[in-house]
Design a protein around this ligand. Structure first.
Ligand code: UTP
Length: 289
Protein backbone atom coordinates (compact mmCIF):
# COMPACT_ATOMS: atom_id res chain seq x y z
CA UNK A 1 0.00 0.00 0.00
CA UNK A 2 1.81 3.13 1.20
CA UNK A 3 5.47 2.25 1.36
CA UNK A 4 7.22 5.62 0.95
CA UNK A 5 7.34 8.66 3.18
CA UNK A 6 8.79 12.12 2.67
CA UNK A 7 10.32 13.95 5.63
CA UNK A 8 10.75 17.64 4.75
CA UNK A 9 13.58 18.91 6.93
CA UNK A 10 14.74 21.82 4.82
CA UNK A 11 13.30 24.65 6.96
CA UNK A 12 15.51 27.19 8.70
CA UNK A 13 13.99 26.76 12.16
CA UNK A 14 14.26 30.49 12.89
CA UNK A 15 12.08 30.23 16.01
CA UNK A 16 14.82 28.19 17.66
CA UNK A 17 17.79 30.39 16.90
CA UNK A 18 20.53 30.41 18.01
CA UNK A 19 20.17 26.65 18.73
CA UNK A 20 19.39 25.96 15.07
CA UNK A 21 22.18 28.01 13.52
CA UNK A 22 24.33 24.93 12.87
CA UNK A 23 22.04 22.21 14.27
CA UNK A 24 18.94 21.15 12.28
CA UNK A 25 15.72 21.81 14.21
CA UNK A 26 14.76 18.17 13.64
CA UNK A 27 17.82 17.05 15.63
CA UNK A 28 16.70 18.86 18.79
CA UNK A 29 16.29 16.15 21.43
CA UNK A 30 13.03 15.50 23.21
CA UNK A 31 14.37 13.89 26.39
CA UNK A 32 16.99 11.71 24.67
CA UNK A 33 15.81 11.21 21.09
CA UNK A 34 15.90 13.74 18.26
CA UNK A 35 12.56 14.88 16.88
CA UNK A 36 13.22 13.26 13.51
CA UNK A 37 13.63 9.84 15.09
CA UNK A 38 10.15 9.98 16.62
CA UNK A 39 8.77 10.69 13.13
CA UNK A 40 10.75 7.85 11.55
CA UNK A 41 9.55 5.41 14.21
CA UNK A 42 5.94 6.54 13.70
CA UNK A 43 6.30 5.96 9.95
CA UNK A 44 7.94 2.55 10.42
CA UNK A 45 5.02 1.55 12.69
CA UNK A 46 2.74 2.40 9.75
CA UNK A 47 4.57 -0.02 7.45
CA UNK A 48 6.68 2.59 5.63
CA UNK A 49 9.79 1.00 4.12
CA UNK A 50 11.36 3.87 2.13
CA UNK A 51 12.33 7.09 3.85
CA UNK A 52 12.98 10.19 1.75
CA UNK A 53 14.53 13.19 3.48
CA UNK A 54 14.34 16.61 1.87
CA UNK A 55 17.27 18.34 3.48
CA UNK A 56 19.03 21.66 3.16
CA UNK A 57 22.40 23.12 4.00
CA UNK A 58 23.53 22.49 7.61
CA UNK A 59 21.49 19.27 7.79
CA UNK A 60 24.24 16.67 7.50
CA UNK A 61 23.79 15.71 11.18
CA UNK A 62 20.56 13.99 10.11
CA UNK A 63 22.39 11.80 7.59
CA UNK A 64 25.01 10.90 10.21
CA UNK A 65 22.31 10.09 12.75
CA UNK A 66 20.84 7.34 10.59
CA UNK A 67 24.20 5.84 9.62
CA UNK A 68 26.78 3.73 11.45
CA UNK A 69 29.16 5.52 13.78
CA UNK A 70 32.06 3.10 13.61
CA UNK A 71 34.16 4.52 16.43
CA UNK A 72 31.20 4.92 18.80
CA UNK A 73 29.89 1.40 18.16
CA UNK A 74 33.36 -0.13 18.57
CA UNK A 75 33.89 1.70 21.87
CA UNK A 76 30.46 0.78 23.24
CA UNK A 77 31.09 -2.85 22.29
CA UNK A 78 34.51 -2.87 23.96
CA UNK A 79 33.01 -1.39 27.15
CA UNK A 80 30.12 -3.87 27.07
CA UNK A 81 27.52 -1.07 27.02
CA UNK A 82 24.97 -3.24 25.28
CA UNK A 83 21.83 -1.17 25.81
CA UNK A 84 23.53 1.98 24.51
CA UNK A 85 24.84 -0.03 21.55
CA UNK A 86 21.34 -1.37 20.84
CA UNK A 87 19.90 2.15 20.94
CA UNK A 88 22.49 3.31 18.39
CA UNK A 89 22.07 0.31 16.08
CA UNK A 90 18.28 0.19 16.19
CA UNK A 91 18.03 3.29 14.01
CA UNK A 92 19.98 1.83 11.09
CA UNK A 93 17.62 0.98 8.24
CA UNK A 94 18.11 -1.50 5.39
CA UNK A 95 20.69 -0.39 2.81
CA UNK A 96 19.00 1.62 0.06
CA UNK A 97 15.88 2.38 2.08
CA UNK A 98 16.91 5.92 3.02
CA UNK A 99 17.30 8.61 0.36
CA UNK A 100 18.29 12.26 0.61
CA UNK A 101 17.48 15.06 -1.75
CA UNK A 102 18.59 18.67 -1.26
CA UNK A 103 16.18 21.61 -1.29
CA UNK A 104 18.55 24.32 -2.47
CA UNK A 105 16.44 27.18 -1.08
CA UNK A 106 13.81 27.07 1.68
CA UNK A 107 10.98 28.10 -0.65
CA UNK A 108 8.23 26.51 1.43
CA UNK A 109 6.81 23.13 2.40
CA UNK A 110 5.20 22.60 -1.02
CA UNK A 111 8.54 23.26 -2.67
CA UNK A 112 10.28 20.82 -0.30
CA UNK A 113 7.78 18.06 -1.12
CA UNK A 114 8.12 18.81 -4.85
CA UNK A 115 11.90 18.32 -4.57
CA UNK A 116 11.19 14.62 -3.85
CA UNK A 117 9.07 14.16 -7.01
CA UNK A 118 11.59 12.03 -8.90
CA UNK A 119 11.85 9.57 -6.03
CA UNK A 120 8.08 9.07 -5.93
CA UNK A 121 6.42 7.49 -8.93
CA UNK A 122 2.75 7.15 -9.76
CA UNK A 123 1.76 6.22 -6.20
CA UNK A 124 0.39 7.79 -3.03
CA UNK A 125 3.07 8.87 -0.56
CA UNK A 126 3.09 9.81 3.12
CA UNK A 127 4.53 13.09 4.42
CA UNK A 128 5.54 13.60 8.05
CA UNK A 129 6.69 16.88 9.60
CA UNK A 130 8.97 15.98 12.48
CA UNK A 131 8.25 19.16 14.40
CA UNK A 132 4.71 17.92 14.98
CA UNK A 133 5.40 15.24 17.57
CA UNK A 134 2.47 12.88 18.18
CA UNK A 135 2.41 10.63 21.23
CA UNK A 136 0.25 7.55 21.57
CA UNK A 137 -0.77 5.32 18.66
CA UNK A 138 1.16 5.95 15.43
CA UNK A 139 -0.84 8.69 13.71
CA UNK A 140 0.49 7.60 10.31
CA UNK A 141 -0.60 4.00 11.00
CA UNK A 142 -4.12 5.28 11.70
CA UNK A 143 -4.01 7.25 8.46
CA UNK A 144 -2.76 4.33 6.37
CA UNK A 145 -5.53 2.14 7.84
CA UNK A 146 -8.19 4.75 7.01
CA UNK A 147 -6.83 5.69 3.55
CA UNK A 148 -9.27 5.11 0.69
CA UNK A 149 -7.46 6.96 -2.10
CA UNK A 150 -7.14 10.65 -2.91
CA UNK A 151 -5.68 12.96 -0.27
CA UNK A 152 -5.79 12.49 3.48
CA UNK A 153 -4.61 14.91 6.18
CA UNK A 154 -4.48 14.68 9.97
CA UNK A 155 -6.72 17.26 11.64
CA UNK A 156 -7.45 18.38 15.18
CA UNK A 157 -9.50 21.04 16.89
CA UNK A 158 -7.43 24.13 17.64
CA UNK A 159 -8.34 27.17 19.76
CA UNK A 160 -10.18 29.75 17.64
CA UNK A 161 -7.55 32.36 18.50
CA UNK A 162 -4.86 30.12 16.93
CA UNK A 163 -6.35 29.58 13.46
CA UNK A 164 -3.72 31.95 12.04
CA UNK A 165 -1.06 29.30 12.74
CA UNK A 166 -2.72 26.44 10.83
CA UNK A 167 -4.22 25.33 7.57
CA UNK A 168 -7.96 25.28 8.36
CA UNK A 169 -10.54 23.08 6.63
CA UNK A 170 -14.13 23.68 5.62
CA UNK A 171 -15.68 20.44 6.86
CA UNK A 172 -18.17 18.42 4.84
CA UNK A 173 -19.65 15.03 5.78
CA UNK A 174 -18.26 13.89 9.13
CA UNK A 175 -18.44 10.33 10.48
CA UNK A 176 -16.66 11.22 13.72
CA UNK A 177 -13.24 10.04 12.56
CA UNK A 178 -13.11 10.90 8.84
CA UNK A 179 -14.26 14.32 7.69
CA UNK A 180 -14.74 15.30 4.07
CA UNK A 181 -12.64 18.34 3.22
CA UNK A 182 -14.76 20.79 1.24
CA UNK A 183 -12.28 23.67 1.48
CA UNK A 184 -8.82 24.42 2.87
CA UNK A 185 -7.12 27.73 3.55
CA UNK A 186 -3.73 28.55 4.97
CA UNK A 187 -3.50 30.50 8.25
CA UNK A 188 -6.81 32.42 8.26
CA UNK A 189 -7.54 35.12 10.87
CA UNK A 190 -10.02 33.78 13.48
CA UNK A 191 -12.86 35.88 12.02
CA UNK A 192 -12.29 34.43 8.53
CA UNK A 193 -11.71 30.79 9.59
CA UNK A 194 -14.32 28.34 8.20
CA UNK A 195 -13.91 26.06 11.27
CA UNK A 196 -11.44 25.34 14.05
CA UNK A 197 -10.23 22.11 12.46
CA UNK A 198 -6.53 22.62 11.87
CA UNK A 199 -4.15 20.57 9.73
CA UNK A 200 -1.37 18.78 11.58
CA UNK A 201 1.87 17.76 9.83
CA UNK A 202 0.79 14.34 8.51
CA UNK A 203 -0.41 13.81 4.96
CA UNK A 204 -1.01 11.09 2.40
CA UNK A 205 -1.02 12.67 -1.05
CA UNK A 206 -1.85 11.31 -4.49
CA UNK A 207 0.25 12.02 -7.61
CA UNK A 208 -2.00 14.87 -8.79
CA UNK A 209 -0.60 17.03 -5.98
CA UNK A 210 2.86 16.82 -7.58
CA UNK A 211 1.42 17.95 -10.92
CA UNK A 212 -0.02 20.98 -9.16
CA UNK A 213 3.27 21.66 -7.36
CA UNK A 214 5.01 21.57 -10.77
CA UNK A 215 3.44 24.97 -11.39
CA UNK A 216 5.48 26.43 -8.53
CA UNK A 217 2.77 28.94 -7.63
CA UNK A 218 3.71 31.04 -4.62
CA UNK A 219 1.15 31.57 -1.86
CA UNK A 220 1.28 32.90 1.73
CA UNK A 221 4.72 34.28 2.75
CA UNK A 222 5.70 34.05 -0.93
CA UNK A 223 6.31 30.32 -0.45
CA UNK A 224 5.08 27.32 -2.43
CA UNK A 225 2.40 26.03 -0.06
CA UNK A 226 1.45 22.35 0.13
CA UNK A 227 -1.96 23.47 1.42
CA UNK A 228 -2.64 25.40 -1.80
CA UNK A 229 -1.74 22.39 -3.97
CA UNK A 230 -4.03 20.17 -1.86
CA UNK A 231 -6.85 22.73 -2.02
CA UNK A 232 -6.52 22.71 -5.81
CA UNK A 233 -7.37 18.99 -5.89
CA UNK A 234 -10.71 19.47 -4.09
CA UNK A 235 -13.51 18.11 -6.26
CA UNK A 236 -11.07 16.18 -8.47
CA UNK A 237 -10.13 13.39 -6.06
CA UNK A 238 -11.49 12.35 -2.63
CA UNK A 239 -10.10 14.51 0.18
CA UNK A 240 -10.52 13.71 3.87
CA UNK A 241 -9.29 14.82 7.26
CA UNK A 242 -8.66 12.22 9.97
CA UNK A 243 -9.12 12.88 13.68
CA UNK A 244 -6.22 10.93 15.14
CA UNK A 245 -6.16 9.46 18.63
CA UNK A 246 -2.71 10.60 19.79
CA UNK A 247 -1.60 13.76 21.59
CA UNK A 248 0.16 16.28 19.38
CA UNK A 249 2.87 18.72 20.42
CA UNK A 250 3.92 21.63 18.24
CA UNK A 251 7.67 21.26 18.68
CA UNK A 252 8.27 24.06 16.17
CA UNK A 253 7.31 26.41 19.03
CA UNK A 254 9.23 26.71 22.29
CA UNK A 255 6.25 26.06 24.53
CA UNK A 256 5.21 22.96 22.55
CA UNK A 257 8.78 21.68 22.62
CA UNK A 258 9.01 22.11 26.41
CA UNK A 259 5.62 20.45 26.91
CA UNK A 260 6.70 17.48 24.76
CA UNK A 261 9.85 17.07 26.84
CA UNK A 262 7.85 17.04 30.07
CA UNK A 263 5.11 14.75 28.69
CA UNK A 264 7.63 12.19 27.47
CA UNK A 265 9.74 12.41 30.61
CA UNK A 266 6.56 11.68 32.60
CA UNK A 267 6.21 8.37 30.73
CA UNK A 268 9.71 7.23 31.74
CA UNK A 269 10.17 5.16 34.87
CA UNK A 270 13.54 6.73 35.63
CA UNK A 271 12.37 10.35 35.21
CA UNK A 272 8.68 10.67 36.11
CA UNK A 273 8.98 10.70 39.91
CA UNK A 274 12.04 12.98 40.30
CA UNK A 275 10.66 15.39 37.65
CA UNK A 276 7.22 15.57 39.29
CA UNK A 277 8.83 16.17 42.68
CA UNK A 278 11.02 18.96 41.32
CA UNK A 279 8.16 20.69 39.45
CA UNK A 280 5.92 20.46 42.55
CA UNK A 281 8.71 21.95 44.66
CA UNK A 282 9.07 24.86 42.22
CA UNK A 283 5.34 25.57 42.28
CA UNK A 284 5.13 25.41 46.06
CA UNK A 285 8.08 27.76 46.42
CA UNK A 286 6.04 30.33 44.51
CA UNK A 287 8.39 30.53 41.51
CA UNK A 288 5.60 29.33 39.24
CA UNK A 289 1.93 30.32 39.61
P1 UTP B 1 8.00 25.62 9.48
O1 UTP B 1 6.86 26.42 9.00
O2 UTP B 1 7.99 25.19 10.91
O3 UTP B 1 9.33 26.44 9.17
O4 UTP B 1 8.13 24.36 8.54
P2 UTP B 1 10.79 26.24 9.70
O5 UTP B 1 11.71 26.96 8.80
O6 UTP B 1 11.12 24.79 9.91
O7 UTP B 1 10.78 26.90 11.16
P3 UTP B 1 10.64 28.44 11.61
O8 UTP B 1 9.19 28.79 11.41
O9 UTP B 1 11.58 29.28 10.80
O10 UTP B 1 11.04 28.40 13.06
C1 UTP B 1 7.32 23.21 8.69
C2 UTP B 1 8.06 22.01 8.15
O11 UTP B 1 8.35 22.19 6.76
C3 UTP B 1 9.74 22.05 6.53
C4 UTP B 1 10.41 22.30 7.87
O12 UTP B 1 11.67 21.66 7.93
C5 UTP B 1 9.39 21.74 8.84
O13 UTP B 1 9.50 20.33 8.95
N1 UTP B 1 10.15 23.02 5.49
C6 UTP B 1 9.68 24.29 5.54
C7 UTP B 1 11.00 22.62 4.49
O14 UTP B 1 11.45 21.46 4.43
N2 UTP B 1 11.37 23.54 3.55
C8 UTP B 1 10.91 24.82 3.57
O15 UTP B 1 11.27 25.59 2.67
C9 UTP B 1 10.05 25.19 4.60
Amino acid sequence: MIKKAIFPVGGLGTRFLPATKALPKEMLPVVDKPLIQYAIEEAAAAGIEEFIFVTGRNKTAIEDHFDHSFELEKTLLAKDKTSALDAVRRMIHAPGSVAYVRQQEPAGLGHAVWCARNLVHDEPVAILLADDLILGKSCMAEMVAAYQGGNLIAVMNVPKSDTGSYGIITPGKDDGQLIEVAGLIEKPDPEDAPSTLGVVGRYIIEPGVFSQLDRQERGASNEVQLTDALAHQIGKVPFHGLRFSGERFDCGSKIGFLQANIAIAMTRDDLAAPLAKWVKGRMLSGQVE
